[in-house]
Design a protein around this ligand. Structure first.
Ligand SMILES: [Zn+2]
Length: 321
């Protein structure tokens, strides 16, 4: 019922959506339009927009780390050219777009994939979600928060963050921005609702979208664990997901037990810092892009049993444990 009712709403095509959580989403869209026109526009259109394209390409030829204040809607330096030169403020996979092969693309069951790659072993420290458009094969938006542990003492948190994020040079931004998990989920639900991907009062499932993770750990184990630590009910939209490793195994008939091995198999160079959640999510999105252009179908691979949620049912017999 929820799905039927949802379908009456205009879908996400009407980007940009104004969002208090992402004040710069309109600039993401501007860059995205330019990128897409580079890959699919006609010859005349290319000529007419060639100068902006060249300028755009030049400014993007070298890799830059994402501004992690920007990803959390908190960058205050968008008009500082030095800052813009140093950090990326655009979530698009534009390097992939130019090389896209479209002849093998399949009709997908979902319009959007929510690429999620949590960080944090004891408690969740980072919650990054990239919104991947299955038609344009690009990341069109993101939700990213650093997460402050609920039950850990301040001193332990400091050691933990120093150990994990210090070496990546992002411990400062973690301390500046991290909020407790319950707050992250509250903000995430606002973000989902604004994009008509989910509505609290209507349904259990996402609307025309599915989470994609690299393995089952994130949604089978870690989110329920963190919900229980934070004294919250598990939100219903976490009850099913696509484990990309299972899709990879059953599509290519090759074993790739992790993100790095999938990237190696597909000859995709690693971008950013491994184990920074936002960069890992971006690399997973690159793997998804490659698999879709090879003709893979991304279906739900794991679902909780509604009667006993601790039991998860899997689509494939052939799985990576
Ligand atoms: Zn910034």
């Amino acid at each position: 019922m929820a799905i039927v009712f949802f379908s009456r709403f205009p879908l996400l095509r009407r980007f940009p959506v104004s969002s208090p959580a992402l004040p710069y989403s309109s600039s993401i869209q501007l860059n995205r339009r330019i990128t897409i026109s580079a890959s699919i526009s006609t010859a005349e259109e290319s000529t007419s927009s060639s100068s902006s394209l060249i300028q755009h390409t030049l400014s993007r030829t070298r890799w830059k780390p994402m501004c992690l204040y920007f990803t959390q809607g908190k960058c205050t330096k968008m008009d500082d050219p030095m800052h813009i030169d140093k950090f990326n403020h655009n979530c698009s996979l534009e390097f992939m777009q130019n090389a896209a092969r479209l002849e093998n693309l399949r009709q997908q069951e979902f319009e959007y994939f929510l690429v999620l790659d949590l960080e944090g072993k004891v408690e969740i420290l980072e919650f990054p979600v990239l919104l991947f458009d299955a038609k344009t094969l690009d990341v069109v938006d993101l939700f990213h928060r650093f997460v402050r542990p609920t039950k850990m003492h301040e001193e332990r948190i400091n050691q933990y963050i120093e150990g994990k994020y210090g070496k990546l040079g992002v411990d400062r931004v973690w301390h500046d921005t991290a909020v407790p998990f319950a707050e992250v989920i509250e903000q995430f639900e606002v973000w989902l609702s604004e994009r008509q991907l989910w509505r609290n009062e209507l349904g259990v499932c996402l609307n025309n979208a599915a989470f994609v993770t690299c393995g089952n750990w994130d949604l089978k184990t870690k989110v329920p664990q963190q919900c229980s630590v934070a004294g919250m009910k598990l939100p219903p939209y976490f009850n099913e997901w696509i484990n990309l490793k299972d899709v990879f195994l059953n599509f290519y008939k090759r074993r790739a037990p992790g993100m790095l091995s999938m990237m190696r198999e597909l000859q995709i160079p690693l971008s950013g810092s491994h184990h920074l959640g936002i960069d890992d999510s971006n690399n997973i999105a690159r793997v998804i892009h490659h698999m879709l252009t090879d003709g893979a179908l991304l279906q739900i691979t794991a679902k909780r049993n509604p009667r006993s949620p601790e039991k998860v049912e899997f689509l494939f017999k052939n799985r990576i444990i």
